[in-house]
Design a protein around this ligand. Structure first.
Ligand SMILES: Nc1nc2c(ncn2[C@@H]2O[C@H](COP(=O)(O)OP(=O)(O)OP(=O)(O)O)[C@@H](O)[C@H]2O)c(=O)[nH]1
Ligand SMILES: [Mg+2]
Length: 195
């Protein structure tokens, strides 16, 4: 677990990034309501570090959290939800795209996929885009607590098929039961050391 975590800033323009010392960054991407903000709270063991909501579209900015004074976790706005209007949707899309394209500090992208829903069309597009950018991608399945243990293999296989990945490349997690949180902490730790 990380020792110290603090919210730093929410930005809508990359020039306002707080990362002037070129610390490593790790971003959490996924559709609205997939559980990105909840996941950051679970990782940092804080209930309200990142604001969550049952209504999709809560996170509308790139939110920076400084961890142990050594790297940033970045909470991204969700994609694929139209309730905020088409223009907003395009705008959110472009700040994420800018952020992903022009960022030497970004060491890995965690792509969150709702375990029960499986990869949506938007998830598949984002996955392709991250591959195109040659980003280190970690697939995190969220809300696995909603599926009984015996059915999990079936849901996992569906996701693996759609992404054309093998078993070892997805992590099953839950911000409620805390399943998989330790694995993600470990991955961030080793990426941060440059492994
Ligand atoms: N059962 C269950 N519910 C979860 C889990 N993680 C998040 N949720 C719920 O899912 C809803 C959305 O969570 P958020 O963390 O706000 O989702 P988000 O991806 O940040 O959403 P946006 O900011 O709108 O893009 C909230 O009602 C959470 O309580 C989980 O692991 N299990
Ligand atoms: Mg959020």
């Amino acid at each position: 677990m990380f020792k110290d975590s603090k919210y730093v800033i929410s930005i809508t323009n990359l020039k306002d990034s707080p990362n002037k010392q070129y610390l490593n960054e790790f971003v959490f991407i996924g559709r609205s309501n997939v559980g990105k903000s909840s996941f950051i709270n679970a990782l940092t063991n804080k209930k309200i570090l990142a604001k969550t909501s049952s209504k999709p579209g809560k996170t509308k900015t790139l939110n920076f959290f400084l961890i142990d004074e050594t790297f940033y976790l970045v909470d991204a706005p969700g994609y694929g939800y139209a309730s905020t209007g088409v223009d907003q949707r395009v705008k959110f899309g472009s700040i994420i795209e800018d952020y992903l394209r022009n960022n030497q500090c970004l060491k890995a992208a965690f792509l969150l996929i709702d375990f029960k829903v499986g990869p949506t069309k938007d998830d598949l597009l984002m996955f392709e885009f991250l591959k195109f950018l040659r980003m280190k991608i970690i697939i995190v399945c969220t809300k696995t607590d909603k599926i009984g243990v015996t059915l999990r293999k079936k849901y996992q296989n569906n996701i693996l098929n759609k992404l054309q990945l093998n078993e070892s490349s997805v992590i099953l997690t839950s911000s409620v039961s805390k399943l998989g949180i330790d694995k993600v902490v470990e991955i961030i730790g080793s990426c941060n050391l440059g492994e």
